[in-house]
Design a protein around this ligand. Structure first.
Ligand code: PNS
Length: 166
């Protein structure tokens, strides 16, 4: 059987410890994992695509079967282009479930051979989201236990430069 490649797609604005936990778990299951950053999301990100890729690359550097890439357009088209067998998504709480099922079933309709695999992060990360991390950082709270050190540093720099602009 050929090597199984999975894709872990997302906005990663920025990557949190919850994302990182899922990357580690997935890298132990699949032969190869591509962490794929959507570049044409509708929401306005805090970090540029380049900054988010840099942070992802930095935190996955030691993981030999993980690569970081970007994609635009439909996820299933990108997955086919990569010859992927699975899409990995994290489910933290019931609140994630509806959106994730909708997305997974839509992707299955578009590309029946591609499976979506749901993984749970460690309990201690189950409440973390990029949105809350940004909100905490914006109001001067500590995100030390929520994101990798490089992200904590980047958030500090980004928010400091924003303060200088106003
Ligand atoms: O981290 P996010 O923002 O929850 O990730 C969402 C993402 C990037 C996985 C999703 O928006 C996506 O796959 N977008 C690409 C466009 C697409 O394929 N849409 C149809 C899927 S239902």
């Amino acid at each position: 059987m050929s090597d199984i490649l999975a894709i872990y797609p997302g906005s990663f604005d920025p990557i949190t410890n919850g994302h990182f936990d899922l990357i580690e778990r997935s890298s132990r299951i699949f032969d190869h994992l591509v962490v794929a950053l959507l570049t044409n999301a509708e929401k306005t990100p805090l970090f540029s695509v380049e900054e988010r890729v840099e942070m992802l690359e930095e935190v996955t550097r030691e993981m030999k079967n993980v690569t970081v890439d970007t994609f635009s357009g439909l996820l299933v088209d990108y997955a086919v282009q990569k010859n992927a067998r699975a899409i990995v998504r994290g489910i933290r709480a019931f609140s994630d479930y509806e959106y994730e099922i909708q997305m997974a079933l839509t992707n299955r309709k578009l590309q029946p051979k591609l499976e979506t695999i749901f993984l749970m992060p460690a309990e201690s990360y189950a409440y973390i989201s990029s949105r809350l991390v940004k909100e905490i950082a914006r109001h001067g709270g500590s995100v030390k236990d929520l994101v990798p050190p490089v992200v904590e540093e980047r958030l500090r720099e980004k928010l400091a430069s924003r303060m200088e602009e106003v």
